[in-house]
Ligand binder design. Structure first.
Ligand code: ADP
Ligand code: TRP
Length: 327
């Protein structure tokens, strides 16, 4: 079974991204053939600063590797390292009705806000379809917001196959479990756009500061508190064993404990959880050639498969090429 997913390098990863998506992707590498890529071509629709994009995509690679993505098991690459993806995008674009893209939310939302949208944003779902179809991907783990794009991918594959024969494999979405929404420092859903995030690779000092600033109610220290209605406790649950959770819940309910103490427990648990990844990240960051090699090897593996599928697609529509090694 080939599982594939991509992640845009549009900011540093926060706890919501980790527990809601990244950790689940990484878990898949142990029992599936996993392809993971950093969607830097997609990021180009929003980041127009050379240094920033260059930094964010390498940060994303370092973060994923430090968090346990194992290049011996999974294939990790930059989307832009596979030029075949834009070629397949073009082929798919020629069979894509405009109406299909007009319905897609990224474009629709921007248009509704009166913001200027470019062709990159409008055709974003076609590039995403090519990302998936180029590797005969069968399963695509994504958050709920991306399910619409997997439907577009299937529609385009069906249309292409109908016109040119059974060439493209139809993928299925596997919706990630984000039922436990990770709250941010203000108690709302943690999200870059709300400015309430805590980053996975936050250094110890700012980590403590952010945790200490999590919004809590004004119940006095001596009174009992409800752990289930407190963002500090919800976050603590992400890091603690069931026994630790129960122990802290009892302290909430008994009264006599201030939120500062709960925050301290959260800080210790989160800090201990991410400390090994922080150390691995520092190690990797000090060996840029090694990271480059991992990405180059990942791209080579991905590209071999991409060429095979693109050959099939090109042949099917009468574009057999007479030059080039693979066709
Ligand atoms: P943001 O809202 O910060 O822009 P993204 O939309 O880039 O985050 O999310 C990337 C992935 O992380 C998605 O699959 C999404 O489901 C997951 N995710 C983001 N925030 C949370 C959260 N607060 N709780 C659970 N999952 C989340
Ligand atoms: N659009 C996805 C997101 O914003 C990222 C992405 C790009 C992707 N291409 C993909 C995800 C292919 C899965 C498969 O989250």
């Amino acid at each position: 079974m080939r599982v594939l997913s991509g992640i845009q390098p549009t900011g540093r990863f926060h706890w919501g991204n980790y527990f809601g998506a990244i950790r689940q992707y990484i878990d898949l590498q142990s029992h599936e053939q996993a392809f993971f890529f950093i969607a830097d071509l997609h990021a180009l629709t929003t980041i127009r600063d050379r240094a920033q994009l260059a930094q964010l995509r390498i940060d994303a690679a370092l973060d994923l590797l430090a968090l346990g993505l194992d290049p011996a098991r999974a294939t990790l690459y930059f989307q832009s390292d596979i030029p075949e993806v834009t070629e397949l995008t073009w082929m798919l674009m020629t069979v894509c009705p405009l109406g299909l893209l007009e319905k897609c939310h990224a474009y629709k939302d921007k248009k509704a806000k009166g913001l200027p949208a470019d062709a990159g944003l409008f055709t974003y779902p076609v590039l995403m379809a090519a990302d998936i179809l180029l590797y005969d991907s069968q399963i695509v783990p994504v958050g709920l917001d991306q399910v619409q794009h997997i439907e577009v991918t299937r529609d385009l594959a069906i249309k292409f196959n109908h016109l040119f024969g059974e060439v493209l494999v139809l993928p299925e979405a596997r919706v990630l479990d984000d039922s436990a929404k990770v709250p941010g420092t203000d108690g709302e859903k943690m999200s870059k756009s709300y400015g309430n995030t805590i980053d996975v690779f936050e250094a110890e000092k700012p980590l403590r500061k952010k945790i200490m600033a999590i919004k809590t109610d004004s119940t006095p220290v001596e009174q009992p508190k409800d752990p289930e209605r407190c963002a500090v406790f919800t976050l603590y649950k992400l890091f603690a064993t069931p026994e630790q959770q129960q122990a802290l819940a009892e302290r909430y309910r008994a009264g006599g404990m201030g939120y500062g103490e709960a925050k301290q427990a959260l800080f210790e648990a989160a800090n201990a959880c991410f400390a090994p990844a922080r150390a691995r990240r520092a190690e990797l960051a000090a060996q840029p050639e090694r990271v480059q090699q991992i990405l180059a090897e990942g791209a080579a593996r991905a590209r071999a498969k991409a060429r095979e599928v693109l050959d099939r697609a090109a042949n099917a529509c009468g574009l057999t090429r007479w030059s080039g090694a693979s066709r």
